[in-house]
Design a binder for this molecule. Structure first.
Ligand code: AMP
Length: 398
């Protein structure tokens, strides 16, 4: 490994009485009253915190929550409910510290939570002075927030530059190891499935994947743009006509490598977008001018399942239909099931993808589920994430 793993420091017994600052991802969803509706991220942060406690450290944990304006505290974006939930899970009281940048009192064996790091002025801009203040709080900085690893901010990047020791927490380490396994030397054929609503936001990833993967499957609004690029009617479906040339470039690239981007042969359409809209399955060439394509049809699903069944490695980001609506969820469900039934090493990431996997109760059957959305895509794209880069640089110096 190219970086220092926090687990190794703990096992070496180097943490007794040390001040450990953990940058976690505790950005959990809340309802209007501020109640946490889903606490997976808090649960996922426990191993790192428990590891630090067991090693005899004084522990500080911080995270972002929501998108507050820097310099303005708001109750809505306060980590107070998160500190309370973490306390329940750890069976101890977790004090929430406000205005913590210039100093924190924390004793060995104690855990404190440092209020939303995005309240600090200079967080987003990765301000060196703020970063140095954060670094001065600790002996060891632990980055354990993969979902933020593609951003260089003060609490994710700057602090890692200046802290006496900067290392990767167990969550971050696991992401790096799993994604490297999938992409560095993947078992072939390597099949990537990229769905979702927009080509433009995922275009650079499609072009870079087209250079790497053996098969590229597109779905959702992205597939609509590819259908248009193939001369098929798409009615009033979600599509980006200005991206047609780019879609054609992706198809040409795959063709030059002896592969095809499969274009749906049948689709599920509706006359309006909604949960109650009545669904109609038809051949792709029969789509009417007032149709909205909201899912792939059974023939296309079967073809995609066949492609998936032959894969050695599968990487999945983005649903292939409007899976939130029952009538248009079959394509995504069928694909998710095909992925879990294949012998391939499967890797999935991104908020909607995880929601789809959870909806069909398939979480146990995917080999690796990445917590990151943007970070996951950037790793797939072959980019080096800032968080990895700085931890690697620090490991080389030590
Ligand atoms: P993204 O945020 O780009 O990953 O897109 C995810 C969203 O794409 C989900 O909420 C899906 O409902 C939506 N989606 C998938 N297929 C379609 C489609 N054919 N038309 C409109 N939206 C779609």
């Amino acid at each position: 490994m190219d970086f220092i793993a926090f687990a190794d420091l703990c096992h070496q017994g180097l943490l007794g009485d040390q001040r450990v600052l953990i940058r976690a991802d505790l950005n959990v969803p809340q309802d209007e009253q501020g109640h946490i509706t889903e606490d997976t991220r808090i649960q996922a942060s426990l191993p790192c915190i428990e590891m630090a406690l067991k090693a005899g450290a004084a522990v500080m944990v911080t995270s972002h929550l929501g998108r507050p304006q820097e310099g303005q505290w708001t109750a809505k974006d306060s980590l107070a409910p998160v500190a309370a939930r973490l306390g329940e899970l750890l069976g101890r009281t977790i004090p929430l510290i406000q205005n913590w940048v210039s100093g924190v009192q924390v004793k060995t064996g104690e855990v404190v939570m440092l209020e939303n790091c995005r309240f600090n002025v200079g967080e987003k801009a990765n301000d060196p002075e703020l970063s140095q203040h954060m670094a001065a709080l600790c002996d060891v900085f632990v980055h354990d927030a993969f979902g933020t690893a593609h951003r260089a901010e003060a609490s994710t990047y700057g602090v890692a530059q200046y802290a006496p020791v900067a290392c990767a927490g167990p969550l971050l380490s696991a992401e790096i190891v799993a994604i490297s396994k999938a992409l560095a030397n993947p078992k072939r054929p390597l099949v990537a499935i990229v769905g979702g609503s927009k080509v433009s936001t995922k275009l650079s990833i499609l072009l870079s994947l087209a250079n790497k993967v053996d098969h590229l499957i597109v779905g959702g609004g992205i597939a609509n743009t590819f259908m248009l690029a193939s001369g098929l009617p798409i009615g009033k479906s979600l599509c980006e006509p200005d991206q047609v040339e780019q879609a054609q470039a992706v198809m040409a690239l795959m063709k030059s490598r002896g592969a095809q981007v499969p274009i749906p042969s049948d689709v599920v359409v509706a006359k309006s977008f909604g949960d109650e809209s009545s669904a109609c399955t038809k051949a792709a060439q029969d789509v009417q001018s007032d149709d909205l394509i909201l899912d792939v049809g059974p023939q296309t699903s079967a073809a995609l399942a066949l492609e998936v069944s032959k894969a050695g490695t599968l990487v999945w980001n983005g649903p292939i239909g409007v899976f939130e609506f029952e009538a248009f969820s079959k394509g995504t469900e069928s694909l998710a099931r095909a992925i879990t039934q294949s012998q391939a090493f499967s890797l999935a990431g991104g908020g909607d993808t995880l929601a789809a996997i959870a909806k069909y109760h398939l979480s146990q059957d995917i080999d690796y589920i990445s917590t990151g959305g943007g970070a996951f895509l950037e790793v797939l794209e072959g980019k080096t994430l800032p968080a990895f880069e700085v931890l690697k640089a620090r490991a080389q110096k030590s």
